[in-house]
Design a protein around this ligand. Structure first.
Ligand SMILES: NC(=O)C1=CN([C@@H]2O[C@H](COP(=O)(O)OP(=O)(O)OC[C@H]3O[C@@H](n4cnc5c(N)ncnc54)[C@H](OP(=O)(O)O)[C@@H]3O)[C@@H](O)[C@H]2O)C=CC1
Ligand SMILES: CC(=O)N[C@@H](CCC(=O)OP(=O)(O)O)C(=O)O
Length: 341
């Protein structure tokens, strides 16, 4: 099939383009940029991709005529403005941005500080948490956020099985700078990130309502989470260290069984008791590796998850959703080589 991609010049868009070029069910990828710009040779802007092709001006009619679906890897707020023609026609979209993830207009406006998409469209979008949901039959997939993916996968077995005090969740999440996209800012400047750690958006991060929205689907008693984000002096990767108080009487066996039961049939999530993963072991792959342990003295459970923000946290999970949408093999296009050593 032919697929369209809007946003190849961004970090997650360029990674997605490479995945699509190697996907066994994709014949051709048509690239689209800004509506106002003329067609541009890809090698002029991204010579490292070594492909002779063009980025065409964004045009929804052209996209729908020449492709069977379209990916948006565009900045926050862009699909709110651009996606309407596809939604009206029921043309398949996978959106890597946060625009259609939250189900409430008010919550979106509060956390993204932007005009929200149409409420009906929000309600009808499919939140593509690919290891728990199926995008089969969906026409608009909202791909989850990077921190949200790492955090939800870490907490899911405990929340789904009601093993923790729902008000006790604390998350200390850290990301490499590619999570912020390609645009330079003061905090992502080399002199500021190198040999430094910086907390940011404390209690204000836009992934807080996204995480709570999903956890409440499994346990409506989860009121909120305490969530901090830290910028790491790395290019790629996220580590989410999560803590929660085990309910009275919960044992190590209960915790272990919950992780085994939740993840034994999944392709991309590996959870191990007492073995805590490093970021580097997942960079370059679509895996989420998780380590967990119940402390018998404090009765706190620590769960640490790691992902590559540009793969499992963005382009890789988008391919999982694409495979579900079109009934391809779950791991098609995602047999990736980790960065070694
Ligand atoms: N980076 C990450 O780890 C993750 C990112 N995301 C989300 O994915 C999306 C892309 O992120 P990221 O790759 O980091 O972002 P970048 O800032 O690196 O890239 C943004 C892309 O959007 C394009 N773009 C912006 N406005 C328009 C427009 N009006 N029309 C057409 N193209 C447009 C840009 O083109 P140009 O350069 O020509 O302006 C660029 O290609 C964001 O919504 C982000 O929140 C989600 C999970 C993880
Ligand atoms: C390091 C860094 O800055 N990361 C970004 C995460 C980007 C992302 O996934 O945001 P969306 O919800 O808009 O998709 C952040 O913290 O905002």
């Amino acid at each position: 099939m032919n697929v369209g991609l809007v946003g190849v010049t961004g970090y997650s868009g360029s990674v997605l383009y490479e995945l699509l070029l190697h996907h066994p069910n994709v014949d051709h990828v048509n690239l689209y940029g800004h509506a106002q710009k003329e067609a541009q040779a890809l090698e002029e802007v991204l010579p490292q991709l070594r492909r002779r092709t063009y980025i065409l001006p964004y045009n929804p009619a052209d996209i729908m005529e020449n492709n069977q679906m379209v990916f948006f890897a565009t900045s926050a707020g862009v699909t709110t403005e651009l996606a309407q023609p596809f939604i009206e026609k029921g043309f398949p979209v996978i959106d890597l941005a946060g625009d259609f993830r939250l189900k409430s207009r008010d919550v979106y406006q509060k956390w993204y500080k932007k005009e929200a998409p149409d409420f009906l469209d929000l309600k009808n979008s499919h939140y593509g948490l690919a290891d728990f949901t199926s995008a089969k039959g969906a026409t608009y997939v909202a791909n989850p956020g990077c921190y949200a993916t790492a955090t939800i996968l870490a907490l899911a077995p405990l929340v789904k099985n009601h093993l923790i005090d729902p008000a006790s969740i604390i998350v200390d999440a850290k990301s490499g700078t590619s999570g912020a996209g390609k645009k330079l800012s003061e905090s992502t400047h080399f002199s500021q990130t190198n040999e430094n750690l910086q907390l940011y958006k404390v209690n204000q991060h836009q992934h807080i309502p996204e995480i709570v929205q999903q956890l409440q689907k499994w346990d409506e008693e989860v009121p909120y989470i305490q969530f901090t984000t830290t910028l790491l002096p790395l290019t790629r990767g996220i580590m989410a260290s999560c803590y929660a108080k085990a309910k009275s009487g919960i044992t190590e066996d209960d915790v272990r069984n919950a992780f085994i039961q939740t993840y034994s049939d999944t392709t991309f999530v590996n959870a191990t008791e007492g073995v805590f993963p490093t970021i580097k072991q997942v960079v370059g792959t679509n895996f989420c590796d998780i380590g967990y342990q119940l402390n018998p003295v404090t009765h706190q459970i620590v769960i640490v998850s790691v992902i590559d923000n540009l793969l499992k946290g963005a382009a890789g999970q988008a391919i999982q959703n694409f495979n579900q949408m079109f009934d391809y093999e779950p791991g098609a296009g995602l047999d990736l080589i980790p960065v070694l050593p």
